[in-house]
Write a protein that binds this ligand. Sequence first.
Ligand SMILES: Cc1cc2nc3c(=O)[nH]c(=O)nc-3n(C[C@H](O)[C@H](O)[C@H](O)COP(=O)(O)OP(=O)(O)OC[C@H]3O[C@@H](n4cnc5c(N)ncnc54)[C@H](O)[C@@H]3O)c2cc1C
Length: 283
Amino acid sequence: MQSTEFMIPTSVSEALDNISREDAIFLGGGTSTALLYKTRMIEPSRVVWLGKVSELKGISTSATTVRIGSTTTMAEIAANREIARLFPGVSAAAGVIGNARVRAMATMGGALAHADPRQDLPPALIAVGATVSVNSSSGSREIPLKEFYEGFLETVLSPDELVTEVSIPIRSNQRSSYLRYTPTSEGDYPTVGSGTSLIFGPDGKTIEAATAVLCGVGTVPILADEAARILIGSSGDDTTLQRAAEAVRNAVDPQDDERGTADYKREMASVFTYRSLKSCLNS
Ligand SMILES: Cc1cc2nc3c(=O)[nH]c(=O)nc-3n(C[C@H](O)[C@H](O)[C@H](O)COP(=O)(O)OP(=O)(O)OC[C@H]3O[C@@H](n4cnc5c(N)ncnc54)[C@H](O)[C@@H]3O)c2cc1C
């Protein structure tokens, strides 16, 4: 096993300088990386730990946007009152990940870049229209989170690109939710997770925009576009919610595994989308 250099930059520009070596990796809380390292699935010659880069830490709220720095932990997101008020689904997702020890260490950047399709945070953030800001030595770019995932453990990021923050637009008349189904232990990944958002028009009664996103039932988070189409123009009455939830069955692409058959997961995706939409209406 080759030796690994451990870098501790204190600024974004230093972190970007540090990553310039071919097999260097960024490290947030290390909760995913530690397992990959231990099992020798990765053997980086350099690890660039982001924990001392103060520019990447914290949550700020303006009149139009909430920004979450990439080294903000799941525990910090779950405990933030503005996020709980504006985006209850994001707050709920951050608050159910793993256990208290994982949430104290796991960072938002790591939770997005790891790209395990069962992860809770992506569907909750995609549902409320989050955008990822990314920096590298060749420049910066903004990526809508719904376009961030390419496959199992794969994102659009190149190895030298650093996630710096996530921004979420604040929209009036928006309600959102995240619910997950874990038949095993509470601290385990979900079998299915459902992030939903409904935006009501000026009358406060008619749905103008809707998003339903599922995790655990495909190689990437899945947007259920047909479900959204069914919801738009309705008042969110129960018959429409049921039709939308039914449409989710055709959007997802689950596999048989130890957590259940593909058919069973399709059913759970539909049931939990219905409940998540109900929870939106009650939020
Ligand atoms: C016991 C246990 C239970 C868990 N249960 C759940 C669960 O129920 N639900 C769930 O969603 N997840 C769960 N997880 C996974 C957990 O969410 C992830 O491990 C965690 O979010 C990763 O964050 P991190 O900061 O620790 O990432 P790290 O391990 O530090 O990094 C993960 C990946 O992201 C890259 N990276 C990190 N930060 C950045 C950045 N700023 N820019 C670019 N790339 C970056 C790293 O290079 C690495 O490839 C569990 C993990 C454990 C260990």
